[in-house]
Ligand binder design. Structure first.
Ligand code: NDP
Length: 442
Protein backbone atom coordinates (compact mmCIF):
# COMPACT_ATOMS: atom_id res chain seq x y z
CA UNK A 1 0.00 0.00 0.00
CA UNK A 2 1.27 3.46 -0.89
CA UNK A 3 -0.48 5.48 1.83
CA UNK A 4 -3.57 5.66 3.98
CA UNK A 5 -5.41 8.97 4.30
CA UNK A 6 -8.34 9.56 6.64
CA UNK A 7 -11.54 10.30 4.75
CA UNK A 8 -13.02 13.69 5.60
CA UNK A 9 -16.73 14.42 5.78
CA UNK A 10 -18.83 17.51 5.15
CA UNK A 11 -17.95 18.98 8.59
CA UNK A 12 -14.27 19.09 7.52
CA UNK A 13 -15.34 21.30 4.60
CA UNK A 14 -17.13 23.64 7.02
CA UNK A 15 -13.97 23.88 9.13
CA UNK A 16 -11.79 24.50 6.09
CA UNK A 17 -14.13 27.20 4.78
CA UNK A 18 -14.13 28.86 8.22
CA UNK A 19 -10.30 28.80 8.26
CA UNK A 20 -10.16 30.24 4.73
CA UNK A 21 -12.65 32.93 5.68
CA UNK A 22 -10.63 33.89 8.76
CA UNK A 23 -7.43 34.13 6.69
CA UNK A 24 -9.02 36.23 3.93
CA UNK A 25 -8.78 39.80 5.33
CA UNK A 26 -5.03 39.63 5.97
CA UNK A 27 -4.27 37.79 2.70
CA UNK A 28 -6.17 40.20 0.46
CA UNK A 29 -4.68 43.18 2.32
CA UNK A 30 -1.12 41.92 1.99
CA UNK A 31 0.92 44.27 -0.16
CA UNK A 32 1.03 42.97 -3.74
CA UNK A 33 4.83 42.68 -3.77
CA UNK A 34 4.78 40.48 -0.67
CA UNK A 35 2.10 38.25 -2.18
CA UNK A 36 4.19 37.99 -5.36
CA UNK A 37 7.31 37.02 -3.38
CA UNK A 38 5.35 34.32 -1.52
CA UNK A 39 4.14 32.74 -4.76
CA UNK A 40 7.71 32.80 -6.09
CA UNK A 41 8.92 31.17 -2.85
CA UNK A 42 6.32 28.41 -3.27
CA UNK A 43 7.60 27.84 -6.85
CA UNK A 44 11.16 27.62 -5.54
CA UNK A 45 10.19 25.08 -2.88
CA UNK A 46 8.32 22.98 -5.45
CA UNK A 47 11.42 23.08 -7.65
CA UNK A 48 13.56 21.89 -4.75
CA UNK A 49 11.18 18.94 -4.21
CA UNK A 50 10.41 18.30 -7.88
CA UNK A 51 11.69 14.73 -7.98
CA UNK A 52 9.94 13.78 -4.74
CA UNK A 53 6.63 15.19 -6.00
CA UNK A 54 7.06 13.57 -9.43
CA UNK A 55 7.66 10.13 -7.94
CA UNK A 56 4.72 10.56 -5.57
CA UNK A 57 2.45 11.56 -8.48
CA UNK A 58 3.73 8.71 -10.69
CA UNK A 59 3.13 6.14 -7.94
CA UNK A 60 -0.27 7.46 -6.89
CA UNK A 61 -1.71 7.98 -10.41
CA UNK A 62 0.27 5.27 -12.27
CA UNK A 63 1.62 7.77 -14.78
CA UNK A 64 4.98 7.57 -16.57
CA UNK A 65 7.71 9.19 -14.48
CA UNK A 66 8.84 11.39 -17.40
CA UNK A 67 5.29 12.75 -17.72
CA UNK A 68 5.07 13.27 -13.96
CA UNK A 69 8.29 15.32 -13.99
CA UNK A 70 6.86 17.47 -16.78
CA UNK A 71 3.66 17.98 -14.83
CA UNK A 72 5.40 19.04 -11.62
CA UNK A 73 7.58 21.31 -13.77
CA UNK A 74 4.36 22.91 -14.96
CA UNK A 75 3.25 23.40 -11.34
CA UNK A 76 6.30 25.48 -10.56
CA UNK A 77 6.04 27.35 -13.88
CA UNK A 78 2.42 28.17 -13.04
CA UNK A 79 3.40 29.65 -9.68
CA UNK A 80 6.29 31.56 -11.26
CA UNK A 81 3.94 32.99 -13.88
CA UNK A 82 1.25 34.05 -11.41
CA UNK A 83 3.89 35.48 -9.06
CA UNK A 84 3.91 38.27 -11.65
CA UNK A 85 0.19 38.87 -11.29
CA UNK A 86 -0.42 40.58 -7.91
CA UNK A 87 1.49 43.68 -9.07
CA UNK A 88 -0.15 43.68 -12.51
CA UNK A 89 -3.85 43.46 -11.61
CA UNK A 90 -4.55 46.64 -13.52
CA UNK A 91 -7.81 48.56 -13.75
CA UNK A 92 -9.15 51.22 -16.14
CA UNK A 93 -9.87 54.91 -15.83
CA UNK A 94 -12.99 55.91 -17.75
CA UNK A 95 -13.92 59.47 -18.77
CA UNK A 96 -17.19 60.56 -17.09
CA UNK A 97 -18.90 63.83 -16.19
CA UNK A 98 -18.32 65.51 -12.82
CA UNK A 99 -15.50 63.39 -11.49
CA UNK A 100 -13.31 60.34 -12.03
CA UNK A 101 -14.42 56.78 -12.64
CA UNK A 102 -12.01 53.91 -12.35
CA UNK A 103 -12.09 50.17 -11.90
CA UNK A 104 -10.29 47.88 -9.48
CA UNK A 105 -10.21 44.09 -9.34
CA UNK A 106 -11.33 42.63 -6.05
CA UNK A 107 -10.79 39.02 -4.97
CA UNK A 108 -13.95 36.89 -4.85
CA UNK A 109 -13.34 35.60 -1.30
CA UNK A 110 -13.16 31.92 -0.40
CA UNK A 111 -12.83 29.82 -3.54
CA UNK A 112 -13.53 26.06 -3.72
CA UNK A 113 -11.31 24.02 -6.05
CA UNK A 114 -12.43 20.52 -7.05
CA UNK A 115 -9.92 18.59 -9.15
CA UNK A 116 -9.71 15.15 -10.80
CA UNK A 117 -7.22 12.27 -10.66
CA UNK A 118 -5.74 12.47 -14.16
CA UNK A 119 -3.31 15.39 -13.63
CA UNK A 120 -3.77 15.87 -9.90
CA UNK A 121 -1.32 18.58 -8.83
CA UNK A 122 -1.00 20.26 -12.23
CA UNK A 123 -4.71 20.96 -12.52
CA UNK A 124 -4.79 22.10 -8.88
CA UNK A 125 -1.95 24.55 -9.64
CA UNK A 126 -3.82 26.02 -12.64
CA UNK A 127 -6.47 27.07 -10.14
CA UNK A 128 -4.34 27.82 -7.09
CA UNK A 129 -1.92 30.14 -8.90
CA UNK A 130 -4.40 32.76 -10.15
CA UNK A 131 -6.76 32.34 -7.17
CA UNK A 132 -4.05 33.10 -4.62
CA UNK A 133 -2.41 35.78 -6.76
CA UNK A 134 -5.71 37.67 -6.90
CA UNK A 135 -6.04 37.65 -3.10
CA UNK A 136 -8.54 34.82 -2.60
CA UNK A 137 -8.18 32.10 0.00
CA UNK A 138 -8.96 28.54 -1.06
CA UNK A 139 -10.29 25.13 -0.11
CA UNK A 140 -8.86 22.43 -2.38
CA UNK A 141 -10.53 19.04 -2.75
CA UNK A 142 -8.34 16.59 -4.66
CA UNK A 143 -9.88 13.43 -6.11
CA UNK A 144 -10.09 10.68 -3.50
CA UNK A 145 -7.92 8.43 -5.67
CA UNK A 146 -5.01 10.89 -5.87
CA UNK A 147 -4.73 13.17 -2.82
CA UNK A 148 -1.04 12.68 -2.00
CA UNK A 149 0.64 15.46 -3.98
CA UNK A 150 -1.98 18.01 -2.90
CA UNK A 151 -1.27 17.19 0.75
CA UNK A 152 2.50 17.40 0.24
CA UNK A 153 2.13 20.62 -1.75
CA UNK A 154 0.24 22.23 1.14
CA UNK A 155 3.17 21.41 3.44
CA UNK A 156 5.66 22.87 0.95
CA UNK A 157 3.57 26.04 0.58
CA UNK A 158 3.43 26.46 4.37
CA UNK A 159 7.20 25.95 4.60
CA UNK A 160 7.60 28.67 1.95
CA UNK A 161 5.69 31.05 4.23
CA UNK A 162 2.07 30.85 3.05
CA UNK A 163 0.02 31.97 6.08
CA UNK A 164 -2.18 29.43 7.82
CA UNK A 165 -5.73 29.20 6.47
CA UNK A 166 -4.93 30.62 3.01
CA UNK A 167 -4.75 27.12 1.47
CA UNK A 168 -6.80 24.30 2.99
CA UNK A 169 -6.89 20.75 1.63
CA UNK A 170 -9.85 18.47 2.33
CA UNK A 171 -9.57 14.82 1.29
CA UNK A 172 -13.00 13.29 0.97
CA UNK A 173 -15.52 12.08 -1.57
CA UNK A 174 -17.07 14.38 -4.14
CA UNK A 175 -20.61 13.48 -3.29
CA UNK A 176 -20.19 14.67 0.34
CA UNK A 177 -17.22 17.05 0.53
CA UNK A 178 -17.46 18.36 -3.03
CA UNK A 179 -21.18 18.85 -2.75
CA UNK A 180 -20.83 20.70 0.57
CA UNK A 181 -18.36 23.09 -1.08
CA UNK A 182 -20.87 23.73 -3.85
CA UNK A 183 -23.68 24.39 -1.36
CA UNK A 184 -21.68 26.35 1.22
CA UNK A 185 -22.94 29.95 1.50
CA UNK A 186 -19.44 31.28 2.33
CA UNK A 187 -17.82 29.85 -0.81
CA UNK A 188 -17.86 32.49 -3.54
CA UNK A 189 -16.79 30.35 -6.47
CA UNK A 190 -16.20 26.77 -7.54
CA UNK A 191 -13.46 25.98 -10.04
CA UNK A 192 -13.99 22.42 -11.22
CA UNK A 193 -12.28 19.99 -13.56
CA UNK A 194 -13.83 16.60 -14.17
CA UNK A 195 -16.65 14.88 -15.97
CA UNK A 196 -19.38 16.75 -17.83
CA UNK A 197 -21.97 14.92 -15.75
CA UNK A 198 -20.62 16.17 -12.41
CA UNK A 199 -19.96 19.60 -13.96
CA UNK A 200 -23.63 19.84 -14.84
CA UNK A 201 -24.65 19.11 -11.24
CA UNK A 202 -22.13 21.64 -9.92
CA UNK A 203 -23.49 24.37 -12.21
CA UNK A 204 -27.03 23.56 -11.04
CA UNK A 205 -26.03 23.49 -7.35
CA UNK A 206 -24.01 26.70 -7.60
CA UNK A 207 -27.05 28.51 -9.00
CA UNK A 208 -28.69 28.36 -5.55
CA UNK A 209 -26.18 30.85 -4.13
CA UNK A 210 -25.25 32.49 -7.46
CA UNK A 211 -21.71 31.20 -7.11
CA UNK A 212 -19.23 31.91 -9.84
CA UNK A 213 -18.26 28.70 -11.62
CA UNK A 214 -15.44 27.69 -13.92
CA UNK A 215 -15.92 24.30 -15.55
CA UNK A 216 -13.26 22.30 -17.38
CA UNK A 217 -15.09 19.20 -18.54
CA UNK A 218 -14.88 16.36 -21.00
CA UNK A 219 -13.63 16.33 -24.57
CA UNK A 220 -13.76 14.34 -27.79
CA UNK A 221 -11.15 16.22 -29.72
CA UNK A 222 -10.44 15.73 -33.41
CA UNK A 223 -7.01 15.33 -34.93
CA UNK A 224 -7.63 16.36 -38.56
CA UNK A 225 -5.03 15.12 -41.05
CA UNK A 226 -5.21 16.39 -44.63
CA UNK A 227 -3.52 14.49 -47.47
CA UNK A 228 -1.09 17.37 -48.07
CA UNK A 229 0.29 17.17 -44.50
CA UNK A 230 3.66 15.80 -43.49
CA UNK A 231 1.99 12.43 -42.98
CA UNK A 232 4.95 10.78 -41.32
CA UNK A 233 5.20 13.47 -38.64
CA UNK A 234 1.43 13.58 -38.12
CA UNK A 235 1.19 9.79 -37.77
CA UNK A 236 4.20 9.50 -35.49
CA UNK A 237 2.78 12.22 -33.23
CA UNK A 238 -0.80 10.90 -33.16
CA UNK A 239 -0.37 8.05 -30.61
CA UNK A 240 0.87 10.19 -27.73
CA UNK A 241 -1.79 12.80 -28.52
CA UNK A 242 -4.37 10.25 -27.40
CA UNK A 243 -2.49 7.56 -25.48
CA UNK A 244 -0.45 9.94 -23.31
CA UNK A 245 -1.46 9.47 -19.65
CA UNK A 246 -3.10 6.23 -20.88
CA UNK A 247 -5.73 8.31 -22.68
CA UNK A 248 -6.97 9.79 -19.40
CA UNK A 249 -6.69 13.32 -20.73
CA UNK A 250 -9.51 15.75 -21.46
CA UNK A 251 -7.53 16.97 -24.51
CA UNK A 252 -7.00 13.46 -25.92
CA UNK A 253 -7.31 13.54 -29.73
CA UNK A 254 -9.44 10.41 -29.67
CA UNK A 255 -11.00 11.00 -33.10
CA UNK A 256 -8.37 10.89 -35.84
CA UNK A 257 -9.95 12.26 -39.02
CA UNK A 258 -7.89 11.38 -42.11
CA UNK A 259 -8.45 12.50 -45.71
CA UNK A 260 -9.48 9.37 -47.62
CA UNK A 261 -6.74 9.63 -50.26
CA UNK A 262 -4.03 9.50 -47.55
CA UNK A 263 -5.65 6.87 -45.33
CA UNK A 264 -3.50 3.85 -46.26
CA UNK A 265 -0.20 5.70 -46.03
CA UNK A 266 -1.23 7.31 -42.71
CA UNK A 267 -2.37 4.01 -41.19
CA UNK A 268 0.88 2.25 -42.10
CA UNK A 269 2.87 4.94 -40.28
CA UNK A 270 0.42 5.01 -37.37
CA UNK A 271 0.65 1.26 -36.89
CA UNK A 272 4.41 1.31 -36.52
CA UNK A 273 4.16 4.25 -34.09
CA UNK A 274 1.48 2.56 -31.95
CA UNK A 275 3.34 -0.73 -31.86
CA UNK A 276 6.58 0.92 -30.76
CA UNK A 277 4.90 2.78 -27.87
CA UNK A 278 6.52 1.65 -24.62
CA UNK A 279 3.80 0.64 -22.15
CA UNK A 280 4.99 -0.48 -18.73
CA UNK A 281 6.09 0.29 -15.18
CA UNK A 282 5.48 4.00 -14.53
CA UNK A 283 8.79 4.31 -12.69
CA UNK A 284 10.82 2.88 -15.59
CA UNK A 285 12.51 5.82 -17.35
CA UNK A 286 11.71 4.34 -20.78
CA UNK A 287 7.97 4.09 -20.16
CA UNK A 288 5.67 6.27 -22.29
CA UNK A 289 2.33 4.94 -21.05
CA UNK A 290 1.36 3.38 -17.73
CA UNK A 291 -1.78 1.55 -16.58
CA UNK A 292 -5.25 2.98 -16.13
CA UNK A 293 -6.13 4.54 -12.78
CA UNK A 294 -8.52 1.86 -11.45
CA UNK A 295 -10.29 -1.41 -12.12
CA UNK A 296 -13.51 0.52 -12.71
CA UNK A 297 -11.86 2.74 -15.31
CA UNK A 298 -10.46 -0.29 -17.13
CA UNK A 299 -13.88 -1.90 -17.18
CA UNK A 300 -15.46 1.25 -18.63
CA UNK A 301 -12.76 1.56 -21.28
CA UNK A 302 -12.90 -2.13 -22.24
CA UNK A 303 -16.67 -1.92 -22.72
CA UNK A 304 -16.12 0.21 -25.85
CA UNK A 305 -14.54 -2.80 -27.59
CA UNK A 306 -17.65 -4.91 -26.90
CA UNK A 307 -19.88 -2.62 -28.97
CA UNK A 308 -21.40 -4.10 -32.10
CA UNK A 309 -19.60 -3.26 -35.35
CA UNK A 310 -16.33 -2.14 -33.72
CA UNK A 311 -13.35 -2.69 -36.06
CA UNK A 312 -10.07 -3.09 -34.20
CA UNK A 313 -7.42 -2.24 -36.82
CA UNK A 314 -4.38 -2.88 -34.58
CA UNK A 315 -3.20 -2.67 -30.99
CA UNK A 316 0.04 -1.91 -29.20
CA UNK A 317 1.38 -3.90 -26.31
CA UNK A 318 0.63 -3.98 -22.57
CA UNK A 319 2.25 -5.95 -19.76
CA UNK A 320 0.56 -8.97 -18.21
CA UNK A 321 0.04 -9.30 -14.48
CA UNK A 322 -1.01 -6.90 -11.73
CA UNK A 323 -2.02 -3.41 -12.82
CA UNK A 324 -4.97 -2.05 -14.78
CA UNK A 325 -3.27 -2.48 -18.14
CA UNK A 326 -4.94 -1.75 -21.43
CA UNK A 327 -3.12 -1.97 -24.76
CA UNK A 328 -3.37 1.13 -26.99
CA UNK A 329 -6.02 0.39 -29.58
CA UNK A 330 -6.87 1.87 -32.98
CA UNK A 331 -10.38 1.41 -34.40
CA UNK A 332 -10.61 1.78 -38.18
CA UNK A 333 -12.64 2.47 -40.12
CA UNK A 334 -14.89 3.93 -37.44
CA UNK A 335 -18.26 5.50 -38.08
CA UNK A 336 -18.94 8.95 -36.62
CA UNK A 337 -22.03 7.35 -35.04
CA UNK A 338 -20.09 4.71 -33.09
CA UNK A 339 -20.14 5.15 -29.32
CA UNK A 340 -16.32 5.15 -29.41
CA UNK A 341 -16.47 8.16 -31.73
CA UNK A 342 -19.03 10.08 -29.68
CA UNK A 343 -18.33 9.50 -25.98
CA UNK A 344 -15.28 10.49 -23.96
CA UNK A 345 -13.55 7.12 -23.41
CA UNK A 346 -10.79 8.37 -21.11
CA UNK A 347 -8.61 5.44 -22.03
CA UNK A 348 -6.21 4.40 -24.82
CA UNK A 349 -8.67 3.88 -27.68
CA UNK A 350 -8.72 6.08 -30.78
CA UNK A 351 -11.21 6.01 -33.66
CA UNK A 352 -9.88 6.70 -37.17
CA UNK A 353 -12.57 8.20 -39.41
CA UNK A 354 -11.93 8.95 -43.12
CA UNK A 355 -13.23 12.15 -44.75
CA UNK A 356 -13.56 13.30 -48.38
CA UNK A 357 -12.88 17.05 -48.29
CA UNK A 358 -12.39 20.12 -46.11
CA UNK A 359 -16.11 20.74 -45.59
CA UNK A 360 -16.68 17.19 -44.40
CA UNK A 361 -13.65 17.37 -42.10
CA UNK A 362 -15.07 20.48 -40.42
CA UNK A 363 -18.55 18.97 -40.13
CA UNK A 364 -17.15 15.79 -38.54
CA UNK A 365 -14.88 17.70 -36.17
CA UNK A 366 -17.86 19.73 -34.95
CA UNK A 367 -20.25 16.77 -34.74
CA UNK A 368 -19.91 16.41 -30.96
CA UNK A 369 -21.34 17.94 -27.80
CA UNK A 370 -17.75 18.75 -26.76
CA UNK A 371 -15.38 21.50 -27.84
CA UNK A 372 -12.14 21.46 -25.93
CA UNK A 373 -9.12 20.91 -28.12
CA UNK A 374 -7.90 19.60 -31.47
CA UNK A 375 -5.25 19.57 -34.18
CA UNK A 376 -5.03 20.32 -37.90
CA UNK A 377 -2.24 18.87 -40.04
CA UNK A 378 -1.71 20.43 -43.48
CA UNK A 379 0.98 22.24 -45.47
CA UNK A 380 -1.63 24.67 -46.86
CA UNK A 381 -1.46 27.71 -44.56
CA UNK A 382 -4.71 29.29 -45.74
CA UNK A 383 -6.58 26.03 -45.21
CA UNK A 384 -5.04 25.64 -41.75
CA UNK A 385 -6.40 29.04 -40.73
CA UNK A 386 -9.81 28.49 -42.38
CA UNK A 387 -10.28 25.18 -40.56
CA UNK A 388 -8.92 26.55 -37.28
CA UNK A 389 -11.56 29.29 -37.34
CA UNK A 390 -14.33 26.85 -38.27
CA UNK A 391 -13.67 24.18 -35.63
CA UNK A 392 -15.67 24.88 -32.46
CA UNK A 393 -13.12 24.32 -29.71
CA UNK A 394 -11.33 26.46 -27.16
CA UNK A 395 -7.79 25.37 -28.05
CA UNK A 396 -6.37 24.30 -31.43
CA UNK A 397 -2.92 23.44 -32.74
CA UNK A 398 -1.71 23.51 -36.33
CA UNK A 399 0.90 20.87 -37.21
CA UNK A 400 1.26 20.12 -33.50
CA UNK A 401 -0.72 18.37 -30.79
CA UNK A 402 0.04 20.74 -27.93
CA UNK A 403 -2.94 22.10 -25.99
CA UNK A 404 -1.69 23.63 -22.81
CA UNK A 405 0.77 26.36 -21.99
CA UNK A 406 1.03 28.26 -18.71
CA UNK A 407 0.99 31.56 -20.60
CA UNK A 408 -2.04 31.00 -22.88
CA UNK A 409 -5.74 30.57 -22.02
CA UNK A 410 -7.16 27.07 -21.84
CA UNK A 411 -10.82 26.02 -21.74
CA UNK A 412 -13.72 24.66 -23.68
CA UNK A 413 -16.57 25.56 -26.00
CA UNK A 414 -19.97 23.83 -25.81
CA UNK A 415 -20.30 21.10 -23.17
CA UNK A 416 -16.56 21.07 -22.52
CA UNK A 417 -17.27 23.83 -20.04
CA UNK A 418 -16.87 27.55 -19.58
CA UNK A 419 -14.36 30.01 -18.23
CA UNK A 420 -10.65 30.02 -19.01
CA UNK A 421 -7.69 28.80 -17.02
CA UNK A 422 -4.02 29.80 -17.40
CA UNK A 423 -2.59 32.81 -19.20
CA UNK A 424 -3.71 36.33 -18.34
CA UNK A 425 -7.40 35.39 -18.74
CA UNK A 426 -7.50 33.15 -15.66
CA UNK A 427 -7.31 36.20 -13.41
CA UNK A 428 -10.71 37.34 -14.72
CA UNK A 429 -12.16 34.14 -13.29
CA UNK A 430 -10.87 34.89 -9.77
CA UNK A 431 -11.70 38.60 -9.51
CA UNK A 432 -14.72 40.88 -9.63
CA UNK A 433 -14.48 44.23 -11.36
CA UNK A 434 -15.51 47.11 -9.09
CA UNK A 435 -16.28 50.55 -10.50
CA UNK A 436 -15.53 53.53 -8.26
CA UNK A 437 -16.74 57.04 -9.01
CA UNK A 438 -15.16 60.00 -7.23
CA UNK A 439 -17.06 63.30 -7.60
CA UNK A 440 -14.75 66.27 -8.06
CA UNK A 441 -17.20 69.14 -8.56
CA UNK A 442 -16.77 71.83 -5.93
P1 NDP B 1 -15.66 13.13 -11.61
O1 NDP B 1 -16.15 14.23 -12.45
O2 NDP B 1 -16.64 12.30 -10.86
O3 NDP B 1 -14.59 13.65 -10.51
C1 NDP B 1 -13.89 14.87 -10.58
C2 NDP B 1 -13.83 15.52 -9.21
O4 NDP B 1 -15.16 15.90 -8.80
C3 NDP B 1 -13.30 14.62 -8.10
O5 NDP B 1 -12.59 15.39 -7.17
C4 NDP B 1 -14.58 14.08 -7.48
O6 NDP B 1 -14.41 13.64 -6.17
C5 NDP B 1 -15.46 15.32 -7.54
N1 NDP B 1 -16.89 15.05 -7.49
C6 NDP B 1 -17.56 13.92 -7.83
N2 NDP B 1 -18.88 14.06 -7.64
C7 NDP B 1 -19.08 15.31 -7.14
C8 NDP B 1 -20.23 16.05 -6.74
N3 NDP B 1 -21.45 15.54 -6.82
N4 NDP B 1 -20.06 17.31 -6.30
C9 NDP B 1 -18.83 17.87 -6.23
N5 NDP B 1 -17.70 17.21 -6.59
C10 NDP B 1 -17.81 15.95 -7.06
O7 NDP B 1 -14.78 12.19 -12.51
P2 NDP B 1 -14.41 10.66 -12.21
O8 NDP B 1 -13.20 10.65 -11.42
O9 NDP B 1 -15.56 9.89 -11.63
O10 NDP B 1 -14.21 10.13 -13.68
C11 NDP B 1 -15.34 9.69 -14.44
C12 NDP B 1 -15.19 10.12 -15.87
O11 NDP B 1 -15.14 11.53 -15.93
C13 NDP B 1 -13.90 9.68 -16.55
O12 NDP B 1 -14.01 8.40 -17.05
C14 NDP B 1 -13.77 10.72 -17.62
O13 NDP B 1 -14.55 10.37 -18.73
C15 NDP B 1 -14.32 11.96 -16.98
N6 NDP B 1 -13.26 12.84 -16.44
C16 NDP B 1 -12.89 13.89 -17.17
C17 NDP B 1 -11.87 14.72 -16.74
C18 NDP B 1 -11.45 15.86 -17.55
O14 NDP B 1 -10.42 16.46 -17.27
N7 NDP B 1 -12.20 16.22 -18.57
C19 NDP B 1 -11.16 14.48 -15.49
C20 NDP B 1 -11.65 13.34 -14.76
C21 NDP B 1 -12.67 12.57 -15.24
P3 NDP B 1 -14.03 12.11 -5.79
O15 NDP B 1 -13.47 11.47 -7.01
O16 NDP B 1 -13.03 12.27 -4.72
O17 NDP B 1 -15.28 11.48 -5.33
Amino acid sequence: MLAEVPRAGAEAVDEAVAAARAALPAWRALDPGARARLLAAIAANVEEHLEELAVLEARNAGKAIGDARGEIGMVLDTFRYYAGAPERLLGDTIPVAGGHAFTVREPLGVVGLIVPWNFPLTIAAWKLGPALAAGNTVVLKPAELTPLTALRFAELAAEAGLPQGVLNVVVGPGRTCGQRMVEHPDVAKIAFTGSTEVGRSIAAGAAQTIKRVTLELGGKSANVVFADADLQTAAQAAPLAVFGNAGQDCCARSRILVEQSALDEFLAELESAVKSLRVGDPLDEATQMGPLISAGQRETVASFLDDEGVNVAFRGSAPEGPGYWFAPTILCPASPDDRAAREEIFGPIAAVIPFRDEAEAIALANDTIYGLSGSIWTRDGARALRVARAVETGVLSINSNSSVRVTTPFGGFKQSGYGRELGPHALDAYTEVKTIYYATEA
